[in-house]
Design a protein around this ligand. Structure first.
Ligand SMILES: N=C(N)NCCC[C@H](NC(=O)CCC(=O)O)C(=O)O
Length: 446
């Protein structure tokens, strides 16, 4: 069956800020307290979506979450009017307040794990929202994520939605940031590659010592079971704990796969040879391009700073691929040189496309973090909420919406401003009408 890969990018929310909430994510820690520009952030994301749409790719949009999350603050014992809750939280625990205000749902690679219908036992697309339990500010995303995904992929005939895994460390799940699918053509049965950071139930096994491993083997194997994946087309591979300790908090910061290409740093995986042997067996006599980057060519540090591997590999109609990188890659001479060699070497990647995503990058989110990949047949694509698929009209509506509602600067101190809450709710209420999502936000539901 013919299928295409659609990319669903997260629209950056109006509270985009730099609170330094993600220990182990170098950019997040480094830019703590920097003044953000939510308007620019959202427009940068939309510019990437529009450019990829213009190139003929199917581009979807996922709505941001409602922040500040007043409901969570109420659960944590703050009472009174919304303004009082914000003021009390700011005074009592500013980090807690910032956690309830993060626009982190923009990184939709962490929204869910998605298995295409050609991989699953019942022939449906299976979707499991990630519990994101390792970081408090992200652990409050899954409920609305689930509702959003149900509103976008709203058809029982084609889409099977699972609830997030239980919110415990042993089942820490960061979604598609640690999941890659390799295949010859998108519609084929693929090899699903789950990359986990450590074993939740076996603390004696290898694990990072400095920064947390967010994602467990137990979570990956549960998702594979839930999605009905065939054992012979599923691989569980451990991330190299040494790179987690250097700031590679998700596998998509050090490896990316698309169809028959796996682009990765030599230090990405704990048992690299085992992985390559299994992939060679899977591809058998069909072409497979493992593109391995040595530390002597690009250090892990340069990979983390430029986000070279947090790129999107997109297949063009002629079978060639374009690599979508953040502009930071072209500001580093070694990485820039590497990219020019990559596109002239013997592999399907023939073009480099770069985007200015600085606002997201400063929080550790590059092109690949901003998108959730969903492989769809034509019938499945027809069943997706059409108002969430980008076209020229939706792009101009959304840029107009951002320009109307978003601030162009935001500090941590601004997070307790009751007008910010009001502005955000007004904007998101309008957005649910633009994208025809129904009442997905808690503030719309009571
Ligand atoms: N690699 C992928 N797929 N996603 C990137 C997620 C970045 C996100 N940053 C943050 O949540 C920073 C928020 C702050 O510090 O204000 C995170 O660490 O979870």
């Amino acid at each position: 069956m013919h299928a295409v890969e659609a990319n669903f990018d997260g629209l950056v929310g109006p509270t985009h800020n730099y609170a330094g909430l993600s220990y182990g994510n170098v950019a997040s820690s480094k830019n703590q307290q920097v003044t953000s520009n939510p308007k620019e952030a959202a427009l940068q994301g939309l510019a990437k979506m529009k450019a990829l749409h213009d190139m003929g790719f199917v581009q979807g949009v996922l709505a941001p979450q409602a922040r500040p999350d007043i409901n969570i603050l109420k659960c944590l014992g703050f009472t009174g009017s919304d303004a009082r809750i914000l003021a009390l939280a700011a005074k009592t625990d500013p980090v807690l307040l910032a956690s309830c205000c993060s626009a982190s749902s923009m990184w939709t690679a962490n929204a869910a794990t998605v298995s295409p219908s050609s991989d699953t036992l019942d022939g449906k697309i299976h979707i499991t929202p990630a519990n994101l339990v390792n970081k408090f500010h992200r652990s409050i995303e899954p409920e609305t994520t689930a509702r959003t995904l149900q509103a976008v992929f709203n058809n029982d005939q084609y889409f099977q939605h699972h609830p997030p895994l239980p919110a415990v460390d042993v089942l820490g799940d960061e979604g598609a940031a640690n999941h890659t699918r390799l295949c010859q053509n998108y519609g084929d049965s693929g090899m699903e590659l789950f990359v986990f950071g450590h074993y939740g139930l076996s603390p004696e096994k290898p694990a990072p010592s400095r920064f947390p491993a967010r994602h467990t083997y137990e979570a990956s194997s549960a998702i594979a079971r839930l999605h009905g994946l065939a054992a012979e087309r599923t691989l569980f591979i451990q991330q190299n704990p040494a790179v987690i300790d250097q700031g590679v908090f998700h596998n998509d910061v050090i490896a990316v796969g698309n169809r028959n290409v796996l682009f990765f740093h030599e230090q990405a995986f704990l048992e690299k040879q085992n992985l390559l042997n299994k992939l060679n067996d899977f591809f058998n006599d069909q072409p497979f391009y493992p593109i391995e980057v040595n530390s002597s060519d690009i250090s892990v540090k340069d990979a983390v700073n430029t986000y070279l591997f947090n790129s999107q590999l997109l297949s063009l109609a002629n079978g060639e691929m374009v690599i979508v990188v953040p502009e930071e890659c072209l500001h580093n001479n070694t990485v820039k040189q590497y990219l020019s060699e990559l596109v002239s070497a013997n592999n399907p990647i023939t073009q480099v496309l770069s985007f200015d995503l600085k606002q997201s990058m400063q929080n550790g989110g590059g092109p690949a973090c901003l998108r959730l990949r969903v492989t769809l047949t034509q019938n499945e694509l027809n069943a997706v909420n059409p108002h969430c698929i980008l076209n020229d009209f939706l792009y101009s509506t959304l840029t107009g919406w951002v320009n109307k509602h978003y601030r162009d600067q935001l500090t941590i101190q601004d997070l307790s401003d009751p007008s910010l809450l009001h502005e955000t709710q007004l904007a998101l209420d309008e957005l649910t009408q633009i994208l025809q999502l129904g009442s997905i936000y808690p503030f719309q539901r009571h």
